[in-house]
Design a protein around this ligand. Sequence first.
Ligand code: CDP
Ligand code: MG
Length: 698
Amino acid sequence: MESKYLINSNGSAGISSAFAVKRKLEPMKEQNAIKKPTNNNFNQQQKPNLYKNVLAANSNKRSSIDQERRSLPVYNCRQRILKELEANDTLLIMGETGSGKTTQIPQFLLQAGYANGGIIGITQPRRVAAITIAKRVAQELATGIGETVGYTVRFEDATTERTRIRYMTDGILLREAIGDRLLRKYSAIMLDEAHERTVNADVLFGIVKQAQLERAKQRLPKLKIIITSATMDIDHFGQYFGVRGMYLEGRTHPVRVLHAKDSQEDYIHAALVTLFDIHRHEPINHDVLIFLTGQEEIEALAQQIRQLARINNTGPSDVRVFTLYAQLAQGKQLECFLPVPANTRKIVLATNIAETSITIPGIRCVIDCGYVKEKSFNPGTGLELLKTVRISQAQAWQRCGRAGRDAPGKCYRTYSKASMEQFRSTSLPEILRSNLTSTVLQLLALGIDCSNFDFIDAPPPEGISSAHRALEQLGAIKPAPLVITTTGRWMAQFPLDPRYAKLLLSAPSFGCMEEMLSLVAALSSDNVFIGHTDKSELAALAHAKFQSKHGDHLTLLNVFSTFQKTEKPKIWCHDNFLNIRNLTYARNVRNQLAEISGRLNLAINSCGGDNVDAVKKCLLTGLFENIALLQKEGHYLTVSGRVKAKIHPSSVLHGKYKPQCILFTEMVQTEHNFLRQVTEISSEWVEEVLPAMKSFPK
Ligand code: CDP
Ligand code: MG
């Protein structure tokens, strides 16, 4: 077995020699190093049955949590933060990851009375962070979730009228702004992880800035704004908000950085070799965090590590492997925060989630593959891609810092020092590389024309005009003078990409509203199929039952419809290798979409599942940009943008006969361009459904 050779290879092929010590991380303020919290007992409340022993052993939980809180760097700055906030309406706070910004600052505000006249809202770029952090803070305040502390993420609201601190994704706050541009519900808003510069956050910077000004003008209660981040371009933000930044002393330890002599193209293989080298030579209580790019490689490597650990006696003792990425089930996401038994090494494989928004205790070694999956949009082709790209230098240092939170650590980079010098210094803000259709529509619904909005960094004009073009084709806007149509307003009511909202608006006329509600809901959820298990073959067999020869959309519809009918969903999902959490989520989404549709008086009709053509034609009304035609050479060419691509191996149409004309949900780029979720369509329909698209090639 190839990988066995790897870990048994001698020193010369092993990782120790492949890496050379390059430099020590600088000004590490040892004097600030505070004793490691006695217990990493977090999130026990979510796992009472599993972790009973830990709980029992730790009867003194409250005081331990209090002690942990007091040991956080932000704690010493409490008075300063409150004083600054008293004097200024906007604060920029920069502080190391793990210093307590996200969990503590809202509590300081609560105690200082800021929640008396309104809610304290905190935005997060990721739902995982919004949820886990809200749970942690509820635990710290010894209340249940939804009491003083709650969270709201798309399709899930865990708040009540008693909630004073509300964690949410930035998309949620943006949506609320459509209802009330002055955000009157809030007395203070903390825009967290500002350095991530998501499109939503960038728009929110402008919205909260305007809301604050407008509220002052109208003599309404003040809106306090706090912008926080781990690595923020403080000058840029300072200029935009017209304030000075504040720096929190961090608590970090030295991290030794080891670069690969040559950049390792097969970074997964390099990570595996490095890991087992660490496992052989480093003390067993030094936990390892490996940064990879996405679910598939994370699960594949996790399985490989577990297998190798079983069959090789390479290390002194046992390992426990955990994974952490956005699509992972919530319960599983929390597992890596828990302590592992003595004489066991914790190994966490994560995406860039673990870079700044989440801190895992115990990590002493980081392996950084140097890549990240990033959204990129080509306004010329109209296609949005998830691409694996090099991280920025700022990200490389963030990842490195994760090894030095509790004690001195080591960071292994699978790329050379020379190649790192070629990395961008910081990542490009998402707004400069995204499809802006959704943003432009939301802003229009707010009465704002994107072209003259006060952006911190204005998106490229061709991005805006490409969004205008797409919205016009969807019937959401009319150009010159630019106005939002009724269809556009209705589309903005749905918490969906405008193209999917359009599917729901057109479904009644195709007589397939029930089907489209289910399909859009299922498409909004993460993968419902469980594939990466020891029983992949059995899973494939189980999944084959739902296969539709028409393609993935109808297959997904089959799964969801059967799930809706089943009386014992738990057993049924287990037997069929389906993800019950994602299907339940889809059911919840469907209910909410049906409710909005009801409010808009849309007819909830059904084609009975037999008229698949109605469903397929309806799909075209929103996803008409995503059509590809089979070429003589055997590959596909997308109609808009003429990009060469293949059907993704996960598709039911992969490896079968190749339809002439297909519609896909998205394109992903790895070593090839792959079209994911594919359905066969007839090219004849395009003109029937979209008379505007005259130039469609036959
Ligand atoms: O936002 P920042 O990175 O500055 O720190 P934070 O997220 O407020 O985390 C402060 C501390 O709380 C960290 O040291 C975490 O280890 C701990 N924490 C935890 O124990 N459990 C969580 N679910 C979240 C944070
Ligand atoms: Mg944070």
